[in-house]
Structure formats: C-alpha cells, structure tokens
Write a protein that binds this ligand. Sequence first.
Ligand code: ZN
Ligand code: ZN
Length: 384
Amino acid sequence: MLKHLLADFDAWLGAGPLGSLPLLPGLLKTVAAALFSPLTEVTSLHAWWLVAIDLVLIAGLFFLVQRPGAPQGQPGDFLGFCFPRRILTHPSTRTDLKLYFVGAVVSPLTRLFWRFNAILVAGVLLQGLIALAGPAPRVLTWGWGSGLIVAFAIAIGRDLGFYACHLAHHRIPALWAFHKVHHSAEVMTPLAAKRNHPVELALIPPCDAMGTALILAPVLYLFATPPSPIELFGVSLVTVVFAALGAHLYHSHIWLVWPAWLQRLILCPAQHHIHHSSAPRHHDKNMANMFTFWDWLFGTLYIAPKTREAFRLGVYGAAVQLHPGVLAAYLVPFADAARAVRPWLPAPLRPRLGAWADALESRCNDRLGPGSPVGAESRSAAAS
Ligand SMILES: [Zn+2]
Ligand SMILES: [Zn+2]
C-alpha cells in the first residue's frame, strides 16, 4: 500500500512540471521515501525477516541448549525466553521505540549521503592512483570468486571507517556527548540498535564512505567495470552472512558468545554487551561493527567469557539514566557538547555558551518534572 503510494508520487513527479528540473524530483523522492520509511521498513522484507530468522533459529538453538548464563529462560517458555516482559516494558525500551521512528527518517537520507561520499572519495583516490602508477589498466573482469572477495573487502573497508568514527565518538568529548545516547540504553533489545542521536547518524556515513573508498579505488583502477552488489533475495550477501552470525542480535538480551578464536575475527552479541557495559574494565572496548580484528589490531578488543559477567548496562560514570525521554535524548547532548567545546572558544564567548547549555538542561528538567536527573549527573558523566 505505502509502496504504491510512493510509486504514484514518483509518477506524479515525473509527469508534472517538477519533472523537467534535473535535481529536484530525485531529492523530493528521497525525502518522501525517508518520511514513509518508519512504516515501509517495517513492512518490507529487507531487514525484518533476517531479524525473525535470527531470533527463531539462534535464540531457539540457544534455548534448547540452555547455556549457562542465559538470562530469562524458563524451561518450556520459549516465547518468554525470546521476548521477556521485563525488557519489553522497560522505560529504556519505550525511549528506544520513539527514537527509532526519528532515526528511520534520518537513516535513509544519511545512507544516500554515504553512497555519494564513497563514489566521490573513490574518484579522488583513483585520480591519485593514476597520477602515481599511470593510466588505469582496467583489465580484470568479474567472476563469482572476484565478486565475493571484493564484496567482503568493501565490507572490511567500510567497517574500518565505522571503527575510526566510533573510536572518535568515544575519545572526543564533544562527539561522546551525542554517542552517549546509544550507551544510555539500560536493557538490550533489537530496537536499541536504532537508539542514536541524529548528529551521530549524520557523521557515520562519511566515515564509512572513506573506508569503502579505500577498497573501491583500486578496484575501479584494475577492473573493466564497477562491481555490482551480490545479493540473496534482495539483501546483500555480506549482510546475510553476518545476520546468520547473529549481527541482528548484537542488541538483544541473550548472551550469545562465540569461541575466543572467532571473537578475534567477528563480533558476537556478548562482545557488544561488553561495549554497552558501565563497568570501568569495559570502557572503550569492542568498537568494530563486524570485524573485530580492527579492535585486536588497535588494542580495544575484549573477549567475552562463556558465562555472562556481572555488570550494569549504561553510560560509564553515570549513576542514573541521563536520557529519561526523547526530549532529553535529543537536547541534552547539545548542552554537553557545548560544554566540551567551551574551553576551545574565545574567552568572551565561554560564559554565554555555558549559560545557554544550563538553560537548555533546565528546560529539559522543567518538562521532565521535579527531581529530574538531567543536569548535574549529565555534567559529571560528560567529564568522565
Ligand atoms: Zn560506543
Ligand atoms: Zn550498541
């Protein structure tokens, strides 16, 4: 139904006077698709059937085996094991749900931005290669083997871009202010994967694009034609492989853990739980999105034990929920970021920026009611 509506909108754009303008129809189509995306994503098969397969197969196998450390499992209660009531009704999950709808609008726009950036940066790198090594030979042709290798190489390059961006979000206080929204989840559900501030969502694609371009440029230099994506039922093969390895369950309550040797290559859900831990020993660990050898290489790898370690999920250094609702999740990061950049600004601007940050926080407190934790706790966490 929604897809038909979008198709009608496309046809109307093409037939109308706007169709004669070169860039505007494409832009309007993208915005329309983005506005509908919270609903079309739910109804499309692209991601949700993978989540369903993951949940039923992986969680089902785990339930049958009843590994030590598996929480929530009552013998014979498979649905209760997969969808525990305590986690589904948790206030943190309600905030995730609200943030999901805004994220679903922002994400398609930023994905478009990623493609544009990847092509742009690859073009610049290609010109550099030509300047260094001479004209592009473009002698290679595509086969199944080369297609597969390049598909995974591009995923590895993209993951390096993500790793660098994620590390920057943890180490640079002004960026951590925004990434903290993802870490303020108190329970793990697949919705928590979408618990991101729009500023972070806008910054990740250019970084992913730079990592992708590192692989794409030599490929364009050597091959006669650009690579075409290898898909299975309309989904990228790399995505299918990682879904089968539990990527859609990084944010689930189940402590799924791979053997230690495999954890040095590929991220498992338990390792991402560690990433969300508020315990000091887990600070800034397991930053990669898929390939943990980036963590291994740069010293941020933490191997998850077979049995779940005892720790609380949340922002390290914060004793209370810093983003108790959508308003705080969107606005408080701007106040935290303003305080983080304040020392770098000219002296006359600093008091005004500080006053603006305080006013923004007190506005959040007024809306959230008396006793709201936003403010002092937020400042102490930002400083940690
Ligand atoms: Zn993080
Ligand atoms: Zn996460």
